[in-house]
Design a protein around this ligand. Structure first.
Ligand SMILES: CC(C)(COP(=O)(O)OP(=O)(O)OC[C@H]1O[C@@H](n2cnc3c(N)ncnc32)[C@H](O)[C@@H]1OP(=O)(O)O)[C@@H](O)C(=O)NCCC(=O)NCCS
Length: 232
């Protein structure tokens, strides 16, 4: 599958993809119900110009995917943000290729930085685990206000703030190069063994933070009231 895509560090030669990338980010965010991530075509172009982005496209020139680097706390932390794959090309391993490329680029440009991400997507958690990220608490992420301001466009921002930025719907994952050097192994975290726990944790957060499940229980109890009692 990989031979049908070109995955490379973006430059001004890819400016013509910027509008489409933004439009897809916006419609995907709406579809997921996560609010609109505010990234303008100019911001995308700036990242391309700085050599801090990875773009994927088919041999025929059709846009396939994108991701970019942001750095925080005086370059002590790096996030690989805005991962997006064209809907028609999903589930063919493209996100995995893009994330590998942007991860390598991040390690080259910021060799000492901790690389982190916040996500509700199991596919992204799987890719991150394969790269050596491990789930962490929010306190282990950058405390740079500028990073957290980026969450303002998310529908769950109020929840994040009510928890004093210590928790929210997203799972935090981090790659710590210093720790990896010490441990001299790729990762402790086995996604295959733990994916059910991560999935359950997300369900618990949804019930606790959004009250989902309460509605379902209420509906079930109304339905039960309608049913004749078996001993009555
Ligand atoms: C999330 C997204 C980037 C995934 O792109 P993709 O190209 O379809 O992903 P891939 O095909 O590379 O799949 C990556 C891995 O995740 C796995 N995966 C996919 N969905 C999964 C799920 N629900 N649970 C567990 N693993 C999953 C795949 O099997 C694959 O693992 P493998 O290599 O071991 O087979 C894409 O769906 C997208 O653009 N979504 C909208 C934007 C978004 O959600 N971005 C992420 C913001 S954090």
């Amino acid at each position: 599958m990989s031979e049908q895509f070109i995955v490379e560090v973006a430059s001004e030669h890819h400016f013509h993809f910027a509008e489409q990338i933004c439009a897809e980010m916006e419609s995907s965010a709406k579809a997921r119900g996560t609010g609109i991530a505010k990234r303008s075509p100019d911001y995308i172009k700036q990242k391309m110009l700085e050599g801090k982005a990875v773009v994927a496209y088919t041999k025929q020139g059709e846009w396939g995917g994108f991701c970019y680097i942001e750095s925080w706390s005086h370059d002590k932390y790096v996030a690989n943000s805005g991962l997006i794959v064209s809907p028609s090309l999903r589930k063919s391993g493209l996100a995995k290729m893009i994330k590998q490329k942007i991860f390598n680029l991040s390690r080259t440009r910021y060799p000492d930085a901790k690389i982190f991400g916040l996500t509700t997507g199991l596919a992204v958690m799987k890719i991150n685990s394969d790269l050596g990220y491990e789930p962490v608490t929010y306190s282990e992420l950058t405390q740079d206000d500028e990073f957290w301001k980026g969450c303002q466009s998310c529908v769950n921002y109020e929840i994040l703030m009510s928890k004093e930025r210590k928790n929210c719907l997203c799972t935090a994952m981090l790659y710590d190069p210093a720790e990896k050097k010490q441990e001299n192994k790729k990762s402790f975290f086995d996604f295959a063994k733990n994916s059910k726990i991560l999935e359950r944790l997300m369900q618990i957060k949804q019930v606790a933070f959004l009250g989902l499940g309460k509605e379902k229980k209420e509906k079930e109890s109304v339905e039960a009231d309608k049913k004749p009692m078996s001993n009555g």
